[in-house]
Design a binder for this molecule. Structure first.
Ligand code: ACO
Length: 430
């Protein structure tokens, strides 16, 4: 039921309509605020601002709920696959058998990079971070349009562009790894599924195929699925912001990769591993490190902890932690970093610093340990996050494009700089 809210500015009252989402979330529509009162709202970092209406993902951070298109994340994690979930996110419904096979075929058809694109990899220095390569190469792919999309509008070409992005992100990611490792390029195989192909392209050597292990494939597919969308976070908002100017989906997704890279966002999975390695190297069991965090020594943070939205637990972290134990057991691996992670979690969950600030493990706290066990190098962790997040970005891009009322995003500001002054000649500037 939609209602109203009353705002009083300088004694003048203004009635604002409220909007209620399907899960009961209430938003106050301030669309007419500036035109009627001259005032704007200010909400740095957008903690209280709804930037759009969206039917893709629902999160209740207080209760630890995450749903893609109405399906609970735990149920999808148990019963679905990354590619089926990608279809669900982008097109709104779980696919029928024929829809899924058509979608998979489109992904397969579009998985190869244009041969000329391979020369771009040679231009990067050997130590380039794979996230910088990923964003640049995704952007570059818009310069290599597929024959099938010539003369098609962005909207008509969307299914092909979406498939190309999802499939080629994986191909670009594995190619950048192989280039950095000095390995010859490897190509996707038509007979392998999405995640199998990722592992094959990463690890197969000339004359020696990577041996696929069903448990490893399942664990990685789950990591992709759990990262597939997460509502209006930093990178997805960036994608929507760029899309609002009607930029193409490659440019929009490339901007998403850049936003994801930071250690406070997707880059946290790499930062967690580096933190655990440092603690291990120091011979600390985590106690000394946590003291430094609590005393804000060097502004240290417990990476992989805390979330802007989740204030009780991150449901993805619960699933990942369970999977982490399983994968290590199945691969017969023990990892001192896992022991440190468990110790840090145990201390933090009982410590008033973390409890009072509602800081709990997020999805990145344990995902790195699984990826490390599979043999993924640390600097590729955020790239894997980007592969997983691509369907969510594509779904959000589509939502912007399909919205007939969409306008270019253009926030305002409260100016705090100097008031009008006169230009000074060089001699006057002392
Ligand atoms: N370790 C220690 N203290 C923390 C942490 C942390 N991980 N996170 C927040 N805090 C503290 C802050 O220092 C602050 O304390 P104060 O009140 O004494 O000043 C308080 O908690 C609130 O922190 P904010 O930075 O205001 O919280 P915000 O909602 O802006 O940040 C964020 C959320 C960025 C995720 C933060 O918790 C963080 O930096 N976590 C570590 C990085 C991380 O794991 N990021 C991944 C997030 S999940 C994802 O993007 C996939």
């Amino acid at each position: 039921m939609n209602g109203t809210a009353e705002l009083i500015i300088d004694g003048k009252s203004l009635e604002l309509p409220t909007i209620v989402g399907t899960e009961g979330e209430v938003g106050i529509d301030i669309g007419k605020l500036r035109s009627t009162t001259g005032a704007i709202t200010i909400d740095p970092a957008y903690g209280n601002t709804g930037s759009c209406k969206s039917a893709i993902t629902f999160i209740d951070g207080e209760k630890g709920i995450l749903q893609y298109r109405g399906y609970n994340i735990a149920e999808l994690a148990q019963k679905s696959t990354f590619i089926e979930t990608a279809y669900l996110l982008i097109y709104g419904e779980l696919p029928t058998a024929s829809e899924l096979s058509e979608f998979s075929e489109l992904l397969t058809e579009n998985q190869m990079l244009h041969q000329d694109m391979l020369q771009h990899f040679d231009a990067f220095p050997p130590k380039a971070h794979p996230m910088s390569i990923l964003s640049a190469m995704i952007h570059a792919s818009s310069a290599y349009p597929s024959q099938k999309t010539y003369r098609k509008s962005l909207k008509e070409a969307f299914p092909i562009h979406a498939a190309r992005l999802i499939s080629q992100t994986r191909t670009i990611a594995t190619s950048s790894y192989r280039k950095a490792a000095g390995l010859p390029p490897s190509y996707p195989r038509r007979n392998l599924k999405f995640t199998e192909n990722f592992l094959h392209m990463m690890f197969s050597l000339p004359g020696e195929d990577y041996e696929l292990n069903a448990d490893v494939v399942r664990a990685l597919d789950l990591i992709f699925l759990l990262h597939a969308d997460h509502e209006q976070n930093c990178s997805t908002s960036t994608v929507r912001m760029v899309a609002s100017s009607q930029a193409n989906v490659f440019a929009s997704a490339s901007a998403g990769v850049c936003a994801l890279w930071g250690p406070l966002h997707g880059g946290a999975n790499q930062a967690v591993l580096e933190m655990l390695e440092e603690i291990n190297k120091d011979g600390d069991d985590g106690t000394k490190f946590l003291d430094q965090v609590k005393n804000k020594v060097g502004n240290r943070r417990l990476m992989g902890f805390g979330h802007r939205v989740y204030k009780s637990f991150d449901p993805r972290a619960v699933i990942i932690k369970e999977q982490c134990d399983k994968v290590l057991a199945q691969l017969h691996k023990s990892d001192p970093l896992l022991d440190i992670a468990k110790k840090l979690e145990e201390i933090a969950l009982h410590d008033d610093y973390f409890i009072s600030r509602k800081l709990y493990p997020n999805v990145d706290f344990y995902s790195g340990i699984i990826m490390r066990a599979i043999g993924i190098p640390t600097n590729m962790f955020t790239v894997l996050f980007a592969i997983g997040r691509m369907p969510g970005w594509v779904a959000n891009y589509k939502e912007v494009m399909d919205d007939t009322e969409s306008r270019i995003s253009r926030p305002r500001q409260i100016y705090t700089g100097s008031t009008l002054r006169s230009y000074k000649s060089m001699a006057e500037r002392v």
